[in-house]
Design a protein. Structure first.
Lengths: 301, 440
């Protein structure tokens, strides 16, 4: 269209660098949005920088030297953390990896199959099921922790690995996302074509629909993984044996040691820094799956 | 952690309602299968004391082995959240056999029938503790709900070098304390004597206790709440006045800037308890050997009394199937000399048992107070003057309200009296909501 004329008329807006007509004559930097984004990035990264720098400080430097001045105690902090109660920190890390990894895989599997079913099949009560799920999305998981504890205690599962894993398997948000994604990414024609060719419903789901749903499922997996990794209240209520604690609970016990014992700040800060590394690594590795767009594997209409 | 706090309150209420909130008369724990069987038994113990597993090892290899009573430590995080966790576990009937409980949490646990009466099994433990300490575990009845473990008698800590530098003397009364604060402010506007902090309610509770406040008492079948009584009001007005005129700081404790203020001599005194050396070690590492401890200032020259801030006990739960064995262990842990020495060494606790306070473990002063060789002798003397305390069934709720109301009042330098009234009214309202009978 008359993009040039428009741009001349309102140069300050400058927020549409490219149009369907081809690349603009000169790329201009959108000042306001860029600044906003930079501010946002600063806001998010400043606490991270604090943790990184604080982790390098020894106990005596922590509160006495300038906040963003690196200290000299990183190696000591690491070895102290490693030595604390015979390395129970690594046990907590392992537990977190188990809860988050296995929990997210299970929950993604359940979300995929239920989301697909809700999107593709028409059956009685489908909307009712979906409405209940929507209500579940709105319900903060914190509210459910106590009832879930009482239920699992009845089944004699409290204070076991299962007590943390089982409640995570059904994620209303994951099912919701999978249904939306399946509805958008898996055309009814494809499913119909599969049926015509005599494939079983299971085969259609596993061989045809599932690959189409991968980008959505990656999102579900990541959301679940991060949610479980950061989860506090559910394991707090469920677990009493600190060898089964995830990292969040473990660090909490380092802080709350009773009034007569100082909190182990340097250990907690170093521990917190190490605990975010797996999340960062996971994001970097999995990011490329997001670049798969909706077109991969679908029919052209 | 505001979410958890809110949630915890919800849970505590829910639990109380479900169980049918009991009045004090109905407090007696079930002691049906109490005595009889000691061992063999396998017990679990929820505690936050660091190094407790090593102390328990002494039991498992010694007296526990003879009696076939094995104890397993499950380390927990301390605080109000643990009380909620215990109550939730109790509701499912899955509580551990033994729990560590702060004194002010005992009435909450007792009124929810979570801890058992071990009067029969506790034997001659009573004689090992000061009356004021023991009374906290009986709640003024014939029952015994826990064995005292550690106590936190309150004391006055000050920078000896800076007091000398600024020409200050150690205040003996609260009037002198106020004068000292004003004098310092006048000469060194940048330096504060101390701060009023609302983020640990135990401090204010201890100060009120010293002044003679009795926040919760019983009258027949009913609770009587005295948070807004004359003694507490005196304490609130005193600190509120100092904050308002700017004689002391109003920033909360336990923050990085508080640590910095202590470490750099911007704050030169701290009203605290016997465990302060541990806190100062991390908060103000550069000031080692420069502090001294003195008795808390008094409200009048003739008095010699202190409050307590912190301290905990070992209780046996009603869920335990081996109450006799559990009580035996609790008594051993808190009265046996070997156990107490190990507790002091591994856990850094200040023992409630009076003989242990002057035992070999407490000959040397804490490393941070190497300049005050009589630290623990003085501490034992101060501990004897601890005023009795009076805890109720919803201390945690009152504490949360305190933090909100007094935190805001300290920040705005507004009327502490109004904050105290809020604390009183909301605490009473919460008790009524939970189904307790409260006399006006």
């Amino acid at each position: 269209m008359s993009s040039l004329a428009v741009r001349k008329a309102a140069p300050a807006a400058g927020t549409t660098p490219g149009t369907a007509q081809g690349p603009p004559l000169r790329r201009r930097i959108a000042l306001v949005p860029t600044l906003t984004l930079l501010l946002g990035a600063l806001y998010c990264l400043l606490p991270v920088a604090w943790v990184v720098i604080a982790a390098t400080k020894s106990g005596s430097e922590l509160f006495s030297t300038f906040t963003f001045l690196p200290g000299s105690g990183f190696a000591d902090n690491l070895s102290d953390l490693n030595a604390y109660r015979e390395g129970i920190y690594w046990q907590w890390m392992g537990n977190s990896a188990l809860y988050a990894g296995l929990g997210a895989v299970l929950s993604t599997a359940v979300s995929a199959i239920s989301g697909y079913a809700l999107a593709i099949y028409r059956f009685k009560g489908r909307e009712a099921v979906f409405s209940v799920l929507m209500a579940g999305v709105l319900m903060p998981p914190v509210i459910l922790a106590i009832p879930q504890y009482l239920l699992l205690a009845k089944a004699d599962l409290a204070d076991t690995y299962w007590s943390v894993l089982l409640p995570l398997v059904l994620s209303p948000y994951g099912v919701y996302l999978s249904r939306i994604y399946a509805a958008a990414a898996v055309p009814a024609d494809v499913v119909e074509a599969g049926r015509m060719d005599g494939a079983s419903e299971w085969r259609i789901f596993v061989r045809i629909a599932l690959p189409m749903m991968v980008p959505g499922l990656v999102t579900v997996f990541l959301f679940q993984f991060v949610a479980v990794w950061n989860n506090f209240l559910l394991p707090y209520i469920m677990l009493s044996d600190d060898e089964k604690f995830p990292i969040t609970l473990g660090l909490f016990t380092l802080l709350e040691q009773g009034a007569n014992t100082p909190a182990l700040y340097t250990l907690v800060i170093t521990g917190a820094l190490l605990a975010v590394l797996p999340l960062i690594a996971l994001f970097l590795v999995i990011q490329r799956f997001w670049s798969l767009d909706l077109l991969s594997g679908a029919v052209k209409s | 952690m505001p979410n958890i706090t809110k949630h915890r309150r919800f849970v505590a209420t829910a639990v109380a309602v479900t169980l049918g909130a009991t009045t004090l008369a109905a407090c007696g724990g079930s002691d049906d299968d109490g005595e009889a069987q000691a061992g063999p038994a396998k017990l679990t113990y929820w505690t936050w004391t660091p190094g407790m597993d090593k102390v328990v090892d002494l039991w498992n290899k010694g007296p526990g082995k003879e009696q076939q009573i094995t104890v397993t430590v499950k380390k927990q995080a301390s605080g109000d959240t643990l009380v909620t966790k215990i109550l939730t576990a109790h509701k499912a009937g899955k509580g551990p056999d033994l729990v560590q409980a702060e004194y002010q949490a005992l009435p909450t646990l007792v009124s929810n029938d979570a801890v058992a009466d071990i009067a029969k099994e506790s034997g001659d433990a009573k004689g090992k503790f000061a009356d004021g300490v023991w009374q906290q575990t009986t709640l003024g009845s014939d029952a015994v709900y826990a064995i005292p473990q550690d106590i936190g008698p309150m004391m006055f800590y000050y920078r000896e070098d800076l007091f000398k530098k600024y020409g200050l003397t150690v205040p003996k009364t609260w009037d002198e304390f106020a004068e000292t604060a004003r004098k310092l402010k006048k000469e060194e506007p940048e330096v504060d004597l101390t701060t009023f902090s609302a983020n640990d309610s135990g401090l204010f509770a201890g100060l009120a206790q010293q002044a003679g406040a009795k926040w919760w008492t019983t009258e027949g079948q009913k609770w009587k709440v005295g948070i807004d009584d004359a003694a507490t009001r005196k304490v609130a007005d005193f600190w509120g006045g100092l904050v308002k005129e700017g004689a002391i700081d109003n920033q909360p404790m336990y923050t990085p800037s508080w640590n910095k203020a202590l470490n750099t001599g911007k704050q030169i005194a701290w009203v605290s308890a016997v465990w302060a050396p541990g806190t100062l070690t991390t908060a103000a590492p550069d000031t080692q050997g420069k502090w001294k401890m003195a008795p808390l200032p008094q409200w009048s020259d003739s008095e010699n009394v202190t409050g307590s801030w912190g301290g905990s006990s070992t209780a046996v739960t009603t869920d335990s199937k081996h109450k006799g064995a559990a009580a035996k262990f609790a008594a051993w842990l808190n009265t046996d000399p070997r156990a107490l020495t190990a507790l002091a060494k591994e856990g850094g606790i200040y023992p409630a048992a009076t003989t242990a306070q002057t035992s070999d473990a407490f000959v040397q002063p804490p490393a941070f107070f190497s300049n005050q060789s009589d630290f623990y002798t003085a501490a034992a003397e101060i501990a004897k003057t601890t005023a009795p305390s009076a805890w109720g069934p919803n201390v945690n709720v009152a504490y949360t309200i305190f933090k909100d109301a007094f935190g805001a009042a300290a920040k705005d330098k507004s009327d502490f009296g109004a904050a105290l009234k809020t604390m009183h009214d909301d605490t009473v309202a919460d008790m009524k909501k939970q189904g307790f009978e409260v006399s006006e």
